[in-house]
Write a protein that binds this ligand. Structure first.
Ligand SMILES: [Cu+2]
Length: 954
């Protein structure tokens, strides 16, 4: 470019900012206000023009002036003057003073780098003629750290206004403010009774107590049509900015549970026409058609987002044709509403078809939670959704670590099989079917890369075989990686400490490949803007044994919360999540503007030994093109940095951290249920809960006369039963909490009571109402032990009704007996951390190891404790804590539904108390105070062996 051709006609005032330290957005005014453009200049790009070409210096006359020519005119610029090139608005000239060696003033030209230029949130960069980088034009309203689109409205409870984001005729974005419409008072109200409620005048009635309740205005119920779109929940009035001191709201929802289908007719031409994929009721999954069970024709189901202190009211209508249901609010303890926990046969009767059950409970615990069906395999089939309870950002201990906490950054992850859960369950438990998830989904969608690549490979092979004259395109690298992974159709079993692979039948060939182009199924996209920090919330809604590693290319994750409880912030490279767990992390969008893969990698039954299941979403910076990241995809991808919540590994490694190595914030030191009392050396109750997959003739899956475990069963046809303390939980026909008046202690069993009766559950199959009783306020320690003999497995355990401290977690090795662990404990060799151990409600137990948890039994009721893998929980890998006496539990709500057996010949109306054993039926006695810990004798001879084991695994 020739300076002689330029003319400085721009009137835009500019500021040169050479401060490279800040890479955050600088500016910005919309074009409607006074134009001001601030740019960051890359000084390294500045060059001095050779004198004599286009510039004329009069240094001999005046060293403070630069001259340059343009259209035969000579222009004069004072030292320090700065101006734009008229031809190229990205070139900036400045008149610089000379130095001693070359005292002439001279012109420096600088190229503006638009990559360093950002608009603030809620505005976007638009090109403007004559402007180098364009100008920032406001597109959204911003209020209290939230963005609102034009037309969107929200309540501001702090000043009782309704706000609306609008646009003036000239394009300017404004926030309109409306006063809330209040109903007129129906009576002359004396000033002494006049008060304000929900921002409106309210006349307090004379008889306060009961009349008050009647006069409370009923909140509006959602209308029938609204509930069926995700938009309804995004716009729900309860999904709002949570303000200090604001009035709580009653948040109403209606859930209709029904059988449904991926790629139903609601999807029209999705994914060929991507707009169709966004239609209401279009559930995509990974593109393969299968029947599902969902709420309001969405997967994940409706998202409930409220503020702490609100009341959540959900009417669940069972529209399943011949199947019961129930909804558990995972993460809430239902301290004032134990009947709302949603566990069938424990806290309520299942909701029968055609019936509607109203769940109503306070949103008392903030955090990332979720709701899911607690019945059968319904969670795996799609009955789940997020439940986010926020508090004012100023009240969040980690609130200063992030700029935004948005609904769109919730990440619900799930495992995915292309058949209904009940079908997989029956095939696996009664025949040769495996239980391995084929794929993973993020917010109900994803690509089935393994199938896509497999098909591409076959097409490639066929083309090669036909020896066409056309040269073949080489396979992309990621496909080659996949081809080279280990065989997928195999079952891993452990036998005498050796690992063997067994071929198993696979269902992965079913589906509709030819109808729906799997490679077009859209990814989940998470949008961020460079220079800001975002709170992401991971919810693991899986139902099988497939822990998921979450990582984001080129970004660290700052973990700040798990299961709703804050931890000391930890910067990690990836987070492992197990079924039922939640993790919140902060993502700092500080990398180059672009697209990055968010990666999910399945472990255990999703590992390269079985299905190599993985999934991706896109992290898209504002300004990046609408395209996929270029980084290669492969199951083998390993994230950099520390792996948090590592699977089957103890503490003390530099590249991994266990859940027990997180540290709780001190704010929980005085919170009932998890307070300092739980961290005293002595506890009131210590229970050993141990398990493995046992070789027993479980009559639910083996007939001891027709097809017993030892009757020439092939490996794949043998069903090993997971049990807690060798007991399978027998769910009663009635519901324990509401029907407790019909129960006697002798209806319950546990290890001690069975041993007292001379029943050896190690050799017999025991199935009974497994209940551990503790008194209200007792400090309880559970030492949960995975004996690790059968399979290399992993189980996450979830406690209802109470959170707990994770005191310790260790892997000892394969083949760990409960007797060994008791010996270790006797010699005080189990690791316990008493210094702010993390608070959680779901935690993993390493294979061949233990996890120690503690809680204060502060919530009276019957609370389930179970493996959160649905296949395990539903066949009895669970037990019940009875906290407090029956009369300490809240009374049964009026007209609460009942259930149970009907047999006019039966003498008792209590639950079935038979213990299933080979040719044996007996009745259990109540547990003693020590529960399971006193039933077994120490075996001293094992100690030396145990120390050897410890050595070998440290
Ligand atoms: Cu399990």
């Amino acid at each position: 470019m020739s300076l002689a051709e330029t003319k400085t006609t721009t009137t835009t005032s500019i500021t040169i900012n050479n401060n490279k330290k800040s890479n955050k957005m600088r500016v910005i005014n919309s074009r409607l206000s006074a134009p001001l453009l601030t740019v960051t200049v890359l000084t390294a790009m500045a060059v001095s023009l050779a004198s004599g070409l286009q510039t004329v210096n009069e240094s001999k006359v005046d060293n403070t002036v630069c001259l340059y020519q343009e259209h035969n005119n000579t222009y004069r610029k004072e030292l320090g003057a700065v101006w734009f090139s008229a031809k190229d608005p990205c070139l900036v000239y400045s008149c610089a003073a000379g130095v001693a060696k070359d005292p002439q003033a001279h012109i420096v030209v600088t190229q503006v780098d638009c990559n360093e230029f950002y608009c603030e949130v809620g505005s976007e960069l638009r090109s403007v003629e004559g402007s180098c980088c364009g100008e920032c034009v406001r597109t959204h309203c911003q209020h209290n750290h939230s963005l609102y689109a034009v037309g969107e409205s929200w309540h501001n409870d702090a000043d009782c206004t309704l706000l609306e984001c609008g646009r003036l005729a000239n394009g300017q974005i404004i926030i309109n403010t409306y006063k809330r419409n209040c109903p007129a008072l129906t009576e002359d109200c004396p000033p002494s009774r006049l008060e304000e409620r929900n921002c409106c005048p309210y006349c307090r009635p004379l008889k306060a107590t009961r009349v008050d309740k009647v006069l409370e205005p009923e909140p509006e119920e959602p209308s029938g049509d609204d509930i069926w779109t995700a938009e309804f929940y995004r716009q729900h009035p309860c999904n709002r900015d949570c303000q200090m001191g604001a009035e709580p709201m009653t948040c109403r929802y209606k859930f209709v549970v029904e059988w449904y289908q991926t790629f139903s007719k609601a999807c029209y031409d999705c994914p060929r026409n991507l707009t169709d994929c966004s239609r209401p009721h279009c559930v995509m999954g990974d593109g393969l058609e299968r029947s599902i069970t969902v709420v309001n024709r969405m997967m994940p189901g409706p998202s409930i987002e409220v503020c702490q202190g609100d009341q959540i009211v959900v009417d669940v209508k069972n529209h399943l044709l011949g199947e019961s249901t129930s909804i558990h609010w995972h993460g809430l303890h239902q301290k004032k509403t134990p009947y709302m926990d949603g566990v069938p046969h424990i806290t309520q009767c299942p909701i029968t078809p055609h019936a509607t059950f109203r769940y109503s409970f306070p949103a008392d615990l903030s955090g990332t939670h979720f709701w899911h069906s607690h019945t059968g395999m319904q969670r795996g089939d799609g009955v789940f959704g997020s439940l986010i309870i926020r508090k004012p950002k100023a009240a969040e201990p980690h609130g200063a670590l992030y700029d935004f906490d948005l609904s769109e950054h919730v990440m619900v992850v799930q495992d995915w099989i292309h058949e209904p859960g009940a079908s997989v369950f029956a095939f696996h438990h009664h025949s040769r079917g495996d239980n391995k998830p084929h794929n993973l989904l993020i917010n109900g969608r994803g690509r089935y890369y393994n199938r896509i690549w497999e098909e591409a490979k076959q097409v490639h092979r066929r083309a090669e075989e036909s020896r066409t004259t056309q040269p073949l395109e080489p396979l992309p690298k990621s496909q080659v990686d996949f081809v080279q992974t280990l065989p997928r159709q195999a079952r891993l079993a452990k036998n005498n400490q050796t690992t063997k692979l067994f071929p198993v039948h696979s269902r992965q060939k079913r589906g509709n490949l030819n109808q729906i182009p799997l490679e077009l199924v859209p990814h989940q996209v998470y949008n961020v803007r460079k220079g800001f920090r975002y709170r992401f919330r991971i919810i693991n809604a899986e139902y099988l044994n497939c822990p998921i590693v979450v990582s984001i290319d080129h970004h660290n994750l700052t973990a700040i919360n798990s299961d709703g409880f804050d931890i000391e912030a930890m910067e990690v490279g990836s987070i492992v999540t197990y079924a039922g767990e939640r993790f919140d992390f902060v993502l700092n969008a500080n990398m180059d503007v672009g697209n990055y893969w968010i990666r999910l990698k399945g472990l255990m039954d999703c590992s390269e030994v079985f299905t190599s299941a993985f999934q991706v979403a896109i992290l898209r910076y504002e300004g990046a093109p609408d395209e996929e990241p270029s980084a290669a995809l492969s199951y083998a991808h390993k994230a950099d940095g520390i792996e948090l919540n590592v699977m089957n590994r103890g503490p003390g490694y530099p590249d991994t951290k266990t859940a027990a190595e997180m540290r709780a914030l001190p704010i929980y030191d005085h919170v009932s249920g998890i307070d300092e009392d739980t961290l005293q050396p002595e506890v009131d109750f210590k229970f050993f809960v141990y398990y493995d997959f046992y070789t027993k003739n479980n009559p639910d899956f083996h007939d001891k006369d027709l097809y017993a475990m030892d009757m020439e069963m092939t490996q794949v046809n043998r069903l090993y039963t997971p049990q807690l303390n060798h007991i399978t939980l027998d769910f009663p026909s009635l519901a324990l909490l509401p029907s407790r008046s019909k129960l006697k202690d002798s209806d319950f069993c546990n290890e001690t009571s069975l041993a007292d009766q001379g029943i050896d559950c190690r050799t017999e199959f025991c199935k009974c109402h497994h209940v551990l009783q503790v008194h209200l306020g007792a400090v309880v320690e559970l030492i949960i032990v995975d004996e690790g003999f059968q399979y290399y497995a992993n189980h996450p355990f979830h406690l209802h009704g109470n959170a707990f401290r994770v005191m310790g977690l260790e892997r000892l090795g394969e083949n760990v007996t409960i007797e060994m662990v008791k010996q270790l404990d006797q010699f005080n060799l189990l690791k316990r951390n008493f210094d702010h151990p993390p608070v959680k409600d779901t935690v993993t137990i390493p294979d061949g190891g233990y996890t120690i948890i503690r809680f204060e039994a502060s919530n009276p009721g019957y609370w389930l404790f179970h493996c959160h893998i649905e296949f395990h929980a539903e066949i009895g890998m669970a037990l019940v804590f009875k906290v407090g006496n029956d009369d300490q539990m809240l009374p049964v709500p009026e007209n609460f539904p009942t259930c149970g057996d009907y047999n006019p010949d039966a003498k008792s109306d209590g639950p079935t108390t038979d213990i299933t054993g080979p040719g044996q039926a007996t009745t259990a006695s109540p547990s003693d105070a020590g529960g399971g810990s006193s039933g077994l004798k120490p075996i001293l001879v094992l100690i030396p062996l145990f120390f050897l084991l410890l050595q070998s695994f440290r």
